[in-house]
Design a protein around this ligand. Structure first.
Ligand SMILES: Nc1nc2c(ncn2[C@@H]2O[C@H](COP(=O)(O)OP(=O)(O)OP(=O)(O)O)[C@@H](O)[C@H]2O)c(=O)[nH]1
Ligand SMILES: [Mg+2]
Ligand SMILES: [Zn+2]
Length: 368
């Protein structure tokens, strides 16, 4: 390790941002090269801001932007950056991710887009200002489980539901769609529930996810105790209007924990989320273990425990329909990814064949 970098690097500075023994060990080979560790606060057009022992630095991301969007450096990543005697500074590498929140970029393509890296809690913000869309909650949950983070559902703007009985029904509806997941009604305006949420996000890194206008940035400001994120009145109910937040931003919370605010997501396509879907519908999977046939499709089979649960009201038809829908979507995407891979392989072989033939002809030409 170069003396100067050893001297400069005081890891305690990065502790509030989640630096620990694990990251120190991962970073060791880069420290030997005289590089500086940093956590990505935000990424913006080929550059990024990182918090480092040398303060917040701006660095070029050219070396860490490969063609695969899943491998592009992202908010929450831990990186190795040039020391301050280099100008411009480059991010030289980023450390292997512990978790990654990924969605598919659009329904027509089958590429994954990474939304946040090294996240422990996925805070799914759903507004109580509109009718609860349980299917959307289930979709976000599938991606959250798949990412490796522990999800929590936050029902925002709880002050708009003035009747406590109505509120308790809404919470219960969300809970039936989220087995094993905490559902928290929260109001950033009057502070209800924010203490419980603060306790959840105090450990590790949390990412706020949800539709535009769900109140993510308002919640971030409430947790931060400062107006660091811009907030704007919702322009339309379906979230297709302008998004207030446009980049993903990482903050250290004074009470412990790290928070990432993200721009609203219009849609979240599943991306290779089979395991996640299973976890969202864990009660259906548990029921299915008692079906007479192991490959039961829960449609007409005799001795089907899922159909029996539907019949006696233990399981709701909406849940089963939603489960099937997400499973189908995930399978379609997997098939498309396979088709794309096959097409790429064919093209590669074709190119090799052409190149091989050209080389052979050139050789023959020389021999003649
Ligand atoms: N009544 C009420 N309104 C809230 C609450 N939290 C947020 N809002 C309002 O909801 C609107 C949208 O809030 P934002 O925090 O900007 O929403 P966002 O999820 O960050 O939106 P994007 O950045 O576009 O993704 C603003 O007008 C807020 O004042 C709340 O607890 N109660
Ligand atoms: Mg916002
Ligand atoms: Zn069955």
């Amino acid at each position: 390790m170069s003396l100067s970098s050893a001297h400069r690097f005081d890891p305690s500075v990065l502790a509030p941002y989640g630096w620990d023994d694990h990251w120190a060990a991962e970073f060791a080979p880069y420290a030997e090269r005289g590089l500086v560790p940093g956590r990505v606060l935000r990424v913006d057009r080929g550059r990024c801001d990182l918090v480092t022992p040398e303060g917040t630095v701006h660095a070029d991301t050219e070396y860490v932007v490969p063609r695969d969007p899943m491998k592009v450096i992202c908010t929450g990543d831990w990186a190795a950056v040039d020391p301050d005697d280099r100008d411009p500074r480059y991010v030289q590498a980023y450390l292997p991710r512990r978790t990654a929140f990924v969605r598919s970029t659009s329904s027509k393509r089958s590429e994954g887009q990474i939304l946040a890296a090294n996240v422990d809690h996925a805070v799914i913000a759903v507004s109580l200002a509109a009718e609860l869309d349980l299917g959307r909650i289930e979709r976000f949950l599938a991606l959250a489980w798949e990412s490796g983070a522990q999800p929590v559902v936050v029902l925002t703007k709880a002050d708009l539901v003035t009747d406590p009985v109505t509120l308790s029904y809404l919470v219960r509806d969300a809970e039936t769609s989220a087995p094993g997941v905490q559902v928290l009604p929260v109001s950033a305006h009057d502070g209800d529930g924010t203490d419980v949420l603060r306790a959840v996000v105090a450990g590790g890194t949390s990412v706020l996810l949800g539709q535009s206008g769900a109140g993510k940035s308002t919640l971030a400001n409430a947790l931060l105790g400062a107006d660091l994120m811009d907030v704007q009145a919702v322009r339309d109910v379906d979230g297709k209007g302008r998004h207030t937040t446009t980049t993903r931003n990482l903050f250290a919370l004074s009470g412990g924990g790290v928070l990432i605010d993200t721009p609203g997501l219009r849609g979240v396509g599943l991306y290779d989320a089979g395991t996640g879907v299973g976890q969202v519908f864990s009660e259906i999977q548990a029921l299915a273990e008692n079906c007479r046939f192991q490959d039961c499709a829960h449609t007409v089979e005799p001795g089907c425990a899922v159909l029996a649960a539907l019949a006696d009201g233990e399981l709701h038809q909406r849940r089963l329909d939603s489960y099937r829908k997400l499973l189908r979507e995930n399978e379609r995407l997997a098939a498309r990814t396979d088709a794309r891979l096959r097409a790429e392989m064919r093209q590669m072989w074709k190119r090799r064949e052409t190149a091989g033939r050209a080389a052979l002809e050139a050789k023959r030409g020389r021999q003649r």
